[in-house]
Design a protein. Sequence first.
Length: 125
Amino acid sequence: MIITEALIQRIRTLLNEAIPDGGSEADMHFSTIDLTITLQAAESENHALYLLWTQKAGIIQKDAGEIKSISAGGESVEKYTAADYVGLCLKTAQGYKEAWEAERKNAGASFLICCKKDDDEAALW
């Protein structure tokens, strides 16, 4: 896999880690170096996203709110808890894991045979 700026941007988008306008890499959970290291070790984009979503589940635990629901008068606010965020990340990671495993299963060996039939003609099978 060739790692390009476009690939890093794609991974950030699929990881829900796109750098906001006016923001910087410091505002995100993963640096470009973190993403690049994972992409270098991964077999495919799906494999990388499986690994990154699993890592994100561990990282976001400190960011999630602790209060599930607040009600005052006619108003109510419901927030995700750390467990909710972790569950969503792991569910997403599982989807990418299944896609990666399907890639691996379907990535059988292939080959091409080229032989000369005559002096002037080559055939491909």
